[in-house]
Design a protein around this ligand. Structure first.
Ligand code: ADP
Ligand code: MG
Ligand code: MG
Length: 928
């Protein structure tokens, strides 16, 4: 069968199936084994992460069983061509098997000697935990199993392999799975029943089955397959291999994989590779085993060899939670030589890959084999710690360290922890593995669907499961925290927690969960769905009821200047990382803040000014709203000015406080923006109340509400349109800002107010407003006897017309700040507050990859920004450019802003660290 593949004419995957090309055969299959690999670790796009790293480990002399990778191009072409494989693949696959046979000295389908068995393993470019399914022990049938039995003299082992194979293949390839109406996997049920019938104990371990028991289990499983599918279990190893390949490629388009890709923005075109690899056996007896390990603790980042293993087991057992695995440290006692070998491998791996590794191994009769390695997923806390410590160990430099912490994850080091005194009074009911740091309190749900429903209703939810599986993903996303009764660091729950930054405690064995009755028993106490529990994912503890939380050590250290918190490792590492960021960042990060407290917080987080102060909040507070209403109800200028006069001292005081908190940093202050009707009361009762207070007839209020009613307030009487109609409002606000600045300057506080006129689409709008500000400024300077005031006036670019006529507007504006919320609404013609009903469907239909209100629509809105920048600079080369609006805290949008050449981004105080890290990473990307 092993033809000379390279001379055969094949079809290039990108060409249409008809146009056979005469070029050299496309290589679809990359082999490795015995230290010789076709591929290497840099080829992840083509070979997938798993395949590339298997080749790389083989190259650097680590013990890896021989195998080959079918490339991702085959997957892409398979889907491009209506689920047909490219010509020539078949013979390359066969050739690949023959190469494995050569290295291993065994034969695929051999019914006489030791048969070659293979694992068929998916492997996308980025690891997609739990999304794709693996088939082990492929090549077994009623004859080869006897051959295996004879060759090893170990019947139990041989039949155990066969049982596993039928189970996995039946599930993954033949689709015998749990039906929506069922609570248990049908194969697991067969095993459970067999334990009862054959071993007389449902709770017996599966290792207790004898070879004869296993034969019976196999008969039952084959029957199950037949009854569910109407088909016989395939016995031809080549047919088995074919089926497995199609199943792996097919799983690229299963629901779970699609949901996952959508969440992590992985393009469907990437495709998955398939790895076919010689089996090594962890289930030959007590001298063998399988495990999953990390070169450092992925939850805390501590530098310890970390992980778990099971003796007499194949790898899936460790992950699937069939038996509870042991901490890898215990292997040191059981098999000191293997343990030492693994420690050596840890060092080799970290030195070679220069990152924390997550790897899988199998021990076959005392010999260690490596089955996988990849950069380990870690929590935000661990990411920061590992990055800092690897710099100290000289494994990486500080610039690399900055790129190692996903910006989004940094928020985790700011996540609340439980309040120390509240914890003292809390009742601990169970403990498990600390798998996702942080504190979470919530109402418990035992099923993903119900958890999602409850979360949609606004409840804080803890998803509580015996163990989680990929079907639970939606529930896990919706939950504040995840709690499982079974499973260790490599369980699905722990994996997802690391990846999504979920607070998680897993393997809390005291929990007895009953899905049928929807109850949870711990000791004598029973909890039902909807009851509250609290979990501490840093310590691994579970508490009764709700427990109060406190700010993280970083927050306490920075904002409260708490000395104890400042001594914590998390705090120190955070400060270190931010110091490095500062060295490379070009763009500064400002904050959106309306109060001195928010400002102080943001400055502590490293914000260099305010990018947006919304002054309307200042009108709403306390009694001010009454003065504001009086102003709106006034029938003439004189009355309006009288009401505004009452507001002036409040605003001035607010601004003064903000200037003081800013310590000389600039503040962009936006003038009144929302529609006036938002300030008036709408219920009859409130209207009567106001009428009484202002001593006016209630009809007057009702009429005014009517007058101000708008069909489409988003596009109505708002933004600078208010100031155009009522210049006295602008005048009052300018006076409040500039007088506060004058007062602050007199007390030695430096100020840099930047007055921002909102919603400008015409140059003339801005001109009229700017004139008022300058007029007030001249008057304040004169009255306060100052030499000058350091203020600027600019505008918010937030309607397309403003962006398109930016060259004209920039002749007046000293700065532009992109109001990307409104710019997105007006550019897309889509109201943010009404988009909820269709945005989900839009994302699912791949119309938009992301919610445009969370992450800038770079191709649409981004273009308006780029046009405005180019046009603005054309007439005003020194114009200052920034962005305000929620997008300023989104790492991808930050990267876009950096590329577009903005001077700063602005976001809410708690997003400042994320934005700073993202800005530093964008700058480093530029360097590279
Ligand atoms: P996943 O991507 O879900 O981790 P893998 O392809 O890594 O799936 O396979 C899961 C488990 O199967 C591995 O952890 C390993 O223990 C076992 N396995 C995979 N390949 C082999 C092999 N060649 N020999 C023995 N066990 C294997
Ligand atoms: Mg794996
Ligand atoms: Mg706006």
């Amino acid at each position: 069968m092993a033809k000379k593949v390279s001379k055969k004419h094949t079809i290039k995957p990108k060409c249409a199936a008809k146009t056979a090309s005469k070029t050299k055969a496309v290589k679809y299959v990359y082999s490795w084994g015995g230290g010789k690999a076709d591929g290497n670790g840099t080829m992840k796009a083509l070979l997938g992460g798993k395949g590339a790293n298997l080749a790389e480990m083989d190259r650097i002399g680590l013990p890896v069983p021989a195998g080959y990778t079918v490339t991702t191009e085959v997957c892409t072409s398979y889907y491009d061509n209506n689920r047909n494989y490219p010509a020539g693949l078949d013979s390359q696959v066969k050739h690949g098997i023959h190469k494995i046979e050569k290295v291993m000295g065994t034969k695929f389908g051999d019914a006489k000697g030791f048969p070659l068995l293979v694992a068929v393993r998916s492997g996308a470019r980025d690891s997609m935990p739990g999304m794709m399914d693996t088939i082990l022990n492929l090549g077994l049938n009623d004859e080869t199993v006897i051959a295996l039995e004879t060759a090893t003299g170990n019947p139990r082992f041989a039949w155990d392999c066969y049982r596993r194979f039928i189970q996995m293949y039946g599930d993954v390839v033949m689709g015998v799975q749990k039906l929506p109406s069922e609570d248990h996997d049908p194969f697991e049920l067969v095993i459970e029943h067999a334990k009862k019938d054959l071993l007389g104990d449902v709770d017996a371990e599966d290792t207790q089955f004898t070879a004869d028991d296993l034969k019976e289990v196999i008969t039952r499983m084959k029957k199950l397959v037949k009854s569910r599918t109407g088909q016989d279990f395939p016995s031809d190893p080549w047919e088995q291999l074919d089926g497995a390949l199609s199943a792996v490629f097919g799983s690229w388009m299963n629901d779970r994989a699609i949901v996952y890709r959508r969440k992590y923005n992985i393009p469907a075109e990437w495709g998955t590779a398939v790895n076919v690899q010689a089996m090594v056996f962890g289930n030959t007896g007590e001298e063998s085993g399988s495990g999953v390990s990390f070169t450092r603790d992925p939850a805390t980042g501590e530098k310890v060899f970390y992980g778990e293993f099971l003796m007499n087991a194949q790898g899936e057992d460790v992950v699937a939670g069939v038996r509870t695995p042991y901490p890898v440290i215990q292997l040191g006692k059981l098999q000191p030589a293997s343990f030492k070998e693994l420690q050596r491998i840890c060092k080799v791996l970290e030195k070679h890959f220069r990152d924390m590794q997550d790897f899988e191994f199998t021990i076959q009769e005392g010999k260690v084999f490596m089955l996988q390695t990849r950069n380990g997923k870690r929590t935000g806390v661990a990411a920061v710690r590992i990055a800092c410590e690897m710099v100290k160990e000289r494994l990486i430099n500080w610039k690399t360290a900055v790129t190692r912490v996903p910006a989004e994850q940094l928020e985790q080091v700011l996540a609340p922890i439980f309040d120390t005194s509240a914890v003292k009074n809390a009742k601990q009911i169970a403990s498990g593995l600390p798998a996702g740091p942080g504190a979470a309190s919530g109402q418990i749900y035992f099923n993903a669907e119900r958890a999602v429903e409850a979360a949609d209703k606004g409840q804080r939810v803890l998803l509580v499961r015996v163990e989680t599986s990929p079907e639970d993903l939606r529930g896990m996303i919706a939950a504040e925290g995840i709690l499982t009764a079974r499973g260790g660091v490599s369980s699905h729950a722990a994996l997802v927690a690391r990846q999504m930054g979920k607070i998680c405690v897993c393997g809390a064995a005291e929990l007895q969960i009953n899905y049928e009755t929807r109850k949870l028993k711990v000791g004598k106490k029973t909890y039902k769905e909807g009851d509250f529990l609290s979990i501490d994912g840093t310590a691994g503890t579970v508490y009764d009821g709700q427990v109060a939380t406190a700010p993280s050590e970083v927050v306490q250290g920075l904002i409260k200047n708490n000395k104890a918190a400042q001594k914590s490792g998390t705090y120190k590492n955070y400060v270190q990382l931010m110091g490095w960021c500062k060295k490379v960042t070009r763009m500064s990060v400002r904050t959106n803040a309306d109060t001195p407290e928010q400002t102080t917080q943001a400055i502590a987080f490293g914000a260099e000014g305010i990018g947006l102060t919304r002054t309307e909040h200042m009108f709403f507070e306390g009694d001010r709203i009454d003065a504001m209403r009086e102003m709106i109800l006034a029938e003439n200028l004189k009355d309006r000015e009288k009401a505004l006069k009452k507001l002036l001292p409040f605003q001035r005081k607010d601004f003064y406080g903000i200037f003081k908190a800013l310590k000389g940093f600039p503040a962009t202050i936006r003038f009144l923006d929302p529609p006036l009707h938002e300030f008036l009361p709408h219920t009859k009762e409130q209207q009567l109340d106001l009428a009484h207070k202002l001593e006016i007839p209630v009809e007057k209020i009702i009429n005014r509400v009517h007058e101000l009613h708008e069909f489409n307030p988003m596009l109505g009487f708002r933004g600078c349109r208010l100031g155009i109609m009522y210049p006295e409002i602008t005048r009052m606000q300018a006076r409040a800002v500039l007088e506060a600045a004058a007062d602050a300057e007199k007390r030695g506080i430096k100020t840099k107010p930047e007055i921002m006129i909102p919603l400008v689409g015409f140059k003339r709008e801005l001109d009229l407003q700017v004139a008022i500000v300058h007029e007030v400024a001249a008057e304040v300077i004169k009255r306060k006897k100052l030499r000058k005031l350091n203020y600027q006036v600019g505008t918010m670019i937030e309607v397309p017309r403003g962006a398109l006529t930016a060259d004209e507007i920039a002749k007046t504006a000293q700065f532009f700040s992109f109001g990307t919320n409104d710019l997105t609404q007006t550019c897309l013609g889509m109201s943010r507050d009404d988009s909820g009903s269709f945005l989900g469907a839009y994302q699912e239909s791949d119309i938009m990859a992301k919610n445009p209100f969370a992450s800038i629509d770079q191709t649409g809105v981004g273009q308006l920004i780029e046009i405005a920048i180019a046009k603005g600079r054309a007439t005003n080369p020194d114009i200052k450019l920034g962005i305000c609006g929620e997008h300023g805290g989104d790492p991808e949008s930050v990267r876009f802003c950096h590329k577009a050449g903005l001077a700063y981004v602005s976001c809410s105080p708690y997003r400042v660290p994320v934005a700073r890290l993202a800005a530093a990473q964008a700058a480093l990307e530029d360097e590279a």
